[in-house]
Design a protein around this ligand. Structure first.
Ligand SMILES: Cc1cc2nc3c(=O)[nH]c(=O)nc-3n(C[C@H](O)[C@H](O)[C@H](O)COP(=O)(O)OP(=O)(O)OC[C@H]3O[C@@H](n4cnc5c(N)ncnc54)[C@H](O)[C@@H]3O)c2cc1C
Length: 315
């Protein structure tokens, strides 16, 4: 995550300023406010601003005149109750704003989450940095045989090296051509004073999906948890999962009671279909249920067994 010295200075300056306020602040989140947490090879995520805390969830649920919180154990119980019963609106009372630097292919997945406010860096207005994502060797995997949307064994040896070389060479060539079409170097100076140079909004179109973009992304606590539950899930692509995992760390600092309930009821919990629940009930009654007698399709059976920690469905 190479931040330029002037960017580091700006962050340091902002972090050195404090203001007195009557509003709720969270010391654990203040500690990392504005600070970038590195993700992937050149990316980061940092918290820019937030509104509310665990107490704001409780306050809204109790429609209180004051802070609304009671003892921590009571607040924890209430937040767990809200999460368990999908009483969601109190969680919408808290907001958070992130600055994210991410590869364009990750941004394409991320932008599908519509319940957020986004402002992206304009590559019509500014020149994109020469920064592109190259997976770490451990992430360079073959297509999964069992999951069409997943990865299988890690590539090794000459094959892995060739892939890394191609990714790097293609990105470097594309950026060289981008600069040539712009007729501008990274500092904005003309490469050839005799040429006009192509507009930035057109020159960018040959850049591959692994180039980095940036945005400000603001959402409320409810929709943040929805995003994290989908993107921190093992079914999500590794690269967006890396961002979601960094953001879960921020969630834990910001709203520790809500984060605990989120781990309990969303991340660590499971939802069963009526047919799957019936299978569990038959198993608890002592019946030796197999996929053939379960009434479930092969895929749902495998998923249920994985949820129950019985890979393969051994009884
Ligand atoms: C593992 C994985 C694989 C995926 N694969 C694909 C894929 O192959 N192709 C693809 O196109 N997408 C894919 N997606 C994206 C997925 O379909 C969703 O678009 C994305 O996860 C955003 O979810 P969301 O709509 O619930 O979130 P948000 O847009 O944040 O919406 C949150 C909730 O608000 C409500 N909502 C928001 N907007 C509307 C609306 N217009 N109408 C009705 N209700 C609304 C819904 O209840 C929604 O759940 C994948 C996602 C994951 C996690």
């Amino acid at each position: 995550m190479p931040l330029k010295p002037e960017q580091q200075d700006e962050i340091a300056r902002q972090r050195s300023e404090t203001v007195p306020t009557r509003r709720a602040t969270v010391p654990a989140l203040e500690e990392i406010l504005y600070q970038p947490v590195p993700v992937l090879d050149h990316g980061f995520v940092r918290v820019i601003d937030y509104m509310g805390d665990d107490a704001a969830v409780v306050q809204a649920a109790r429609v209180s005149y004051g802070k609304g919180t009671k003892r921590v154990s009571e607040d924890r119980g209430l937040i767990n109750y809200l999460m368990r019963h999908r009483h969601t609106t109190p969680f919408e009372m808290c907001e958070i704003k992130f600055h994210v630097k991410l590869p364009i292919f990750v941004a394409r997945q991320w932008i599908r989450h519509r319940t957020a406010n986004v402002n992206e860096y304009s590559a019509r207005y500014s020149i994109l940095d020469n920064e592109f994502y190259v997976p770490a060797p451990a992430q360079l995997a073959a297509q999964s045989r069992s999951n069409r949307q997943g990865r299988g064994d890690v590539l090794e040896g000459a094959e892995a090296q060739r892939v890394l070389d191609l990714l790097r060479e293609d990105a470097e060539r594309a950026y060289r051509d981008y600069a040539e079409m712009l007729n501008e170097d990274e500092a904005g100076a003309a490469i050839d004073p005799a040429r006009k140079g192509l507009a930035r909004e057109l020159a960018r179109i040959n850049l591959p999906l692994n180039f980095y973009t940036q945005w400000y992304w603001k959402t409320d606590l409810l929709n943040l948890m929805h995003f994290l539950s989908l993107r921190a899930d093992p079914h999500a692509q590794y690269e967006i999962r890396a961002y979601a995992e960094a953001m879960i760390g921020m969630l834990e600092r910001w709203v520790p009671l809500t984060a605990e309930a989120f781990r309990q009821h969303r991340l660590g919990g499971a939802q069963l279909s009526a047919a799957a629940l019936a299978v569990v009930q038959r198993m608890l009654a002592g019946e030796n249920v197999t996929q053939e007698t379960s009434g479930l399709g092969k895929r749902e059976w495998t998923e249920l067994m994985a949820t129950l920690g019985r890979p393969g469905g051994a009884q």
